[in-house]
Design a protein around this ligand. Sequence first.
Ligand code: UDP
Length: 234
Amino acid sequence: MKKLEQLYEGKAKKIFKTDEEDRYWVEYKDDATAFNGEKKGTILDKGIVNNKMSAILFKLLEAHGIPTHFESLINDREQYVKAVKILPLEVIVRNVAAGSLAKRLGLEEGVVMKETVLEFCYKDDALGDPMINEYHIYAMEFATPEQVEKIKKMSLIVNEVLVKFFLEHGLKLIDFKLEFGVYKGEVILADEISPDTCRLWDAVTNEKMDKDRFRRDLGGVEETYQAVLSRIQG
Ligand code: UDP
């Protein structure tokens, strides 16, 4: 496959067209942002970690019946994916209170939720990805009720599979963000799953092993990203 013109450059990835109409070429960058772009930096080799980790997790999820956009790795930083049309939604899945949920509900970080919590945000940087509910989704035609039903079902299965997988590698999956796209009329899982989009805590010490190290200036950012990849490869 040939890499053709760049379609889009996001905060963490560049997307290129290819000579195959239904495939994109994704390049993972080392750029890091937080707090809606207010904080900017670089995490050395983050692009490599996130590219490889997403590949591992998408393959795992495919094996559990979740359709994903992942096709194959090209090299350390790049992968082929199906050319999806991304729905303008971020789906947040939460097992343990942290981040904005802890703030919003006045909970201590680390409180285990009695039920898995699903939240939707409207994917719009200028608006700061506001939280929305299903009424907004249908009124704004961000997705159909059938698509939302599938998204909810898939998100809960993804959570079950990933919680178990990470725990087997010494990590607690606190919360994460998913994005979905439409490919040949079907909703499939897209974007990435990485320490940029998940909160992962060491299963024994509760040490933060994700982008919160960058967000909160906790140090050892690069080392932590590498450690997460080593653990899930091991
Ligand atoms: N998240 C993400 N992209 C976003 C917002 C959140 O990947 O634009 C992830 C974040 O890394 C965390 C989870 O979604 O794993 C929940 O994030 P939260 O709503 O607590 O927001 P934050 O505190 O990260 O701003």
